[in-house]
Each structure stands twice: as structure tokens, then as C-alpha cells.
Design a protein around this ligand. Sequence first.
Ligand SMILES: C[S@@+](CC[C@H](N)C(=O)[O-])C[C@H]1O[C@@H](n2cnc3c(N)ncnc32)[C@H](O)[C@@H]1O
Length: 339
Amino acid sequence: MDRPSGLRFDEIGYWSEIKLDIVREYATAYSTILSAPGQHRFHHIYIDAFAGAGVHVSKATGGFVLGSPLNALNINPPFREYHFIDLDRRKVAALRDAIGTRPNAYVYSGDCNSILQEQVFPRARYEDFHRALCLFDPYGLHLQWKIIETAGRMKSVDMLLNFPVGDMNRNVLWRNPEGVDAADIARMDAFWGDRSWRDIAYRTNGNLFGYPEKEDNETVAEAFRQRLKTVSGFERVARPMPMRNSRGSTVYYLFFASQKSVAEHIIEPQKCAIRSKLNLQNASRAHLSALLEGGRRGSDDKITESQQGLASGSVSRRTRRRAGSDTPWATSSDTGSSI
Ligand SMILES: C[S@@+](CC[C@H](N)C(=O)[O-])C[C@H]1O[C@@H](n2cnc3c(N)ncnc32)[C@H](O)[C@@H]1O
């Protein structure tokens, strides 16, 4: 595969491959609903704000995997237009090459935090009957709250958001917050929209001495979910999906936030599809742990085999049932969940 000189395609773990599947399924359902015969007045748009190069390399198989922009372009029925943004000029060049000529696909090089406001969101105005599905999939704390807030207030934008809890934990939410770099605190403030995360992420009433104790990931993610609803104005915000690596650590949460009109149609079928993906992810964790606990550690081939087995659906029903039982999506009766 041709690539601009110096560009190394990102290597992605199987959890990112699952995310790509989920995004593709959600976007397909969205586009199907907005292309239905009764919906002709709507012009629906796909926006990928952290688009990447369009192609990745799978850590599990070593093969190429299509990234979210190319998946979106392959969706049927198609979106009416596509907007892809990336900060890395080499990735933008690779993406342009991969897309070729597609008159309704626009690729931008630069920071999505300004390109969205200035060039893309004006294409998605509610009063023009334009509707947009926006994917925010950064590596870390690179998205600014002003964008999330604008998207929520526009009432025409649904979003899938990667909530980068890994970056937060590594660089900001330390057990001892004293030594955290001011620049990382500023990144967190810009993502969250203010400093209120600090009171959520640390409690001081749990010990006699009043020093701050760190809360768990779920507490921080749930506070952000409430913020999406009450501050940015998304009507439906599902409980987020924890995306875990092979050691079971949550790498990030995937949020789904939408406006009622589209969400109501997308809910049921997606609930099933996404639930089964999540079960698959948890099943793969259970399967990997079983392999490691069984003393058969050390063979990457075995892990790859197990992942491939999972990808082709060969996990036992018992494993799947057990793995699915601790998932909020599988068991939730959470009202307000859009998925
Ligand atoms: C996780 S990758 C995206 C993967 C892609 N969504 C996919 O699934 O195929 C994150 C991308 O965000 C880009 N990026 C980082 N900061 C950015 C910014 N401020 N604006 C736009 N893109 C940015 C990086 O260059 C990288 O390609």
C-alpha cells in the first residue's frame, strides 16, 4: 500500500477494531434512518474530526484495517456529504490518496477545534434541515469543550465521543495531584470546560486528614455524562461503553450523545448490535484471562488465535453469557440511554 514518505500507519489493538465496527454500525443505522423515503427534506452529513490516515495496521493480524473515514465512505445508503479533519499533514495526504475523487468528501488539514467552528459546523445548521453525525476520536485530551458544547446546542448534531480516560489518568488524575504539570491541567480544563472535574475526581471527606483521594474512572465518566446532558444540551446520553485492553484496563470510554429526533429511531436495533459487540469484547477479555491463568502465557500466537476465534464468533455461549453479565449496556434499565 502506498503511503506518504515517513508515514507509519498506526498499529491498533483489537479494542480499536471493535470500536471501528461499532462506529460503522451506528453510522449505517443513522444514514439509513435519514435516507428513508419520508426523510427527503433532511441532508445528512458525516463528520470525522480526528480522522487519521484512513488505514491502520491490526496488532492482532498484522493486516491492514480500514479506518473510520473509509468505513464511513463505504456505508450504504451513503451520507450526503463527508468532512474529515486531521492535524497531521502526512495522514491528511494519505487519507486524500485513499479517498481519491469523491465530490462530496472534504478533507481538512489542521486543528479540528477551529476548523469545525469555522468551516464544518456551518454546514450542519438545524434550520437548513441539515443533520450531522460527528465522530470525536482523539488519542487523548485534544478536543475542546467549546466544540462539544456547540455541537449539543446546535440540536442537529449527534456524536460518538472517545472519552480519553487513559490520558487523564496518566497525566492529570494522579493519586497525588500536587506534581501534575500545569500544561496538563490546562488540557484537562479545556476538555472539561472548567475546573469542576477536580471536585469530582478527588474527594476529601474519606479520611481524617482531609487530603484528596482519587475517585474511580466510572465516577469521572458519569459526571461527564451528566455534564453532556445538563450543560451542553444533548437530550440523550447513553451510559458510556468502557473499551478495555487485553489486561482489562479501560483505555477510554465511548459515549453516544444525540438529539431525540434521530435517537428514537436508532435506539432499538443499535441496542442489540452494540450489546453484542460489548459482549464480544468482554468475552475476549475473559478468554484471554483464561489463557493467561492457565499458564499458557507467552505465546502471542495463542492470543492471536483466540482473538481470531472471537472475531469469527467461535466463543462458547457460556463464556459470552458470563462475560456479558457485568456490562452496564447488557443489564442497564437506565432511562435516558439512547442506545
Ligand atoms: C485515534 S486517531 C483517529 C483514528 C480514526 N478515528 C480511525 O478510527 O480510523 C487520532 C487522530 O487525531 C489526530 N489529531 C490529534 N490532534 C488533533 C487535532 N487537534 N485536530 C485534528 N486531528 C487531530 C491525530 O493526528 C490522529 O490521526
